[in-house]
Write a protein that binds this ligand. Structure first.
Ligand code: NAD
Ligand code: GLY
Length: 364
């Protein structure tokens, strides 16, 4: 089992460990029992994950003598709302959950974000643990303490920073993950390679067919490396005031394309087009070499991510959604651009005509 520490500040209680391995549920249960965080635990999962893994996780934890219960909610982004959060909170009250309790987020990023949010506000905050079951959650959303829910006016507009007490990553959960969800996680791993680690990109490039077959050794390497990159960025900028923004590489145009498609384009595919757009903008603005840009585009194609904008999505629509993105400041839309692979920077002055030309070039 691989162990990575997230060092957040000098108060060790605020820092936490990420544990990674394959088929390690029994060891995770023992670690949770040994950590003696709480008098009792409540697993929160969506119904897909609770029917696949609920009983297994409950019995593994109970076998160590822990008092554990479980509640669930319907799967999908549509559930990441204040209504679901309140309904779960009421169920916590009914079950007598109090400040001696700990929540366990068993699931993907929707579950992790919402459980973290509930933990941060329930009885003025109780501890929680992340047990991520999607590739995206294992390499991204379970680490770093961003919690939240969506409101009608936008995704993640209500939330808190609240770090988990630990992150337990069992790669075996990925055995049942649908391909489209696996690809979403893969796009984020490619992102880490581009913004921080050319060696990770080289590993993805040479091992892509094994990775797609979900070979455990390959997954272990790329998940651990992704966690190390994310945690090192979070350690510097826990509250997203500066360097953490580079994690949004590919997301400025990506989010706009995702929503303009009515969410028919998956998050991972939208981010991959967004990463290509950012590379092209970087090249047009004379920051990035053509060789680096072509290298990235070839890799995205090799990984099987979407590399063009479907003709059904209008340029005007992408532009206007981008300008209303919650990540803009005043009228400034920030782009994460590249000087070379592994050297990103934030730029708030990309001219509209450069963005529009880039969108045009990336059409089918
Ligand atoms: P998700 O949680 O909706 O999971 C995707 C689907 O996979 C769901 O239908 C779920 O039921 C199913 N699933 C989960 N694990 C499974 C398994 N092992 N086998 C079979 N099916 C399984 O979505 P996601 O992609 O994991 O996360 C997306 C969310 O994460 C978004 O809401 C996004 O805003 C958030 N996010 C947060 C952060 C952060 O830093 N907090 C970072 C990135 C994304
Ligand atoms: N996924 C973006 C962040 O954690 O900051």
């Amino acid at each position: 089992m691989n162990k990575i520490k997230v060092n957040l500040d000098k108060r060790s209680s605020h820092s936490y460990e990420i544990y990674i391995g394959y088929d390690i549920l029994d060891r995770i249960a023992l670690l949770i029992a040994k950590s003696a965080l709480a008098a009792n635990y409540i697993i929160i999962a969506d119904t897909t994950v609770s029917s696949l893994y609920g009983e297994t996780v409950l019995s593994a934890l109970r076998e160590t003598g822990l008092t554990v219960d479980m509640i669930d909610f319907p799967p999908g982004e549509a559930s990441k709302t204040i209504d679901t959060a309140l309904s779960l909170i009421e169920q916590l009250v009914d079950r007598g959950v109090d400040r001696s309790s700990c929540l366990i987020a068993l699931g993907g990023g929707v579950t992790g974000d919402m459980v973290g949010f509930i933990a941060s506000i329930y009885m003025r905050s109780i501890p929680y643990i992340q047990m991520p079951t999607t590739l995206l959650a294992q390499v991204d959303s379970s680490i770093g303490g961003k919690t939240g829910i969506d409101i009608f006016k936008g995704k993640n507009l209500v939330g808190t920073f609240c770090q988990p007490k630990a992150v337990y990553i069992d790669l075996k959960f990925l055995d049942t993950l649908p391909d489209v969800e696996f690809t979403n996680g893969l796009a984020e791993i490619v992102k880490y390679g581009i913004i921080d680690d050319p060696d990770l990109l080289a590993t993805i490039e040479s091992e892509i067919s094994n990775i797609r077959k979900r070979n455990i050794d390959n997954l272990g390497v790329i998940v651990a490396q992704s966690c190390k990159i994310k945690k090192s960025i979070v350690e510097i900028d826990e509250r997203d005031m500066g360097v953490r923004r580079i994690l949004n590489f590919g997301h400025t145009i990506g989010h706009a394309i995702e929503s303009a498609s009515g969410y028919t384009i998956s998050h991972g595919n939208a981010v991959s087009i967004g990463m290509m757009a950012s590379a092209r903008i970087s090249e047009k603005m004379k920051y990035l070499s053509m060789e680096d840009r072509e290298h990235m585009e070839n890799l995205i194609q090799k990984v099987g991510l979407l590399n063009y904008i479907p003709s059904s999505i209008q340029t005007d629509d992408i532009m206007s959604r981008m300008k209303h993105d919650k990540k803009k400041e005043g009228h400034t839309v920030h782009f994460v651009l590249l000087k070379k692979i592994g050297v990103p920077f934030i730029n708030g002055s990309v001219a509209d005509n450069i963005i529009e030309d880039t969108i045009g070039e990336l059409r089918q």
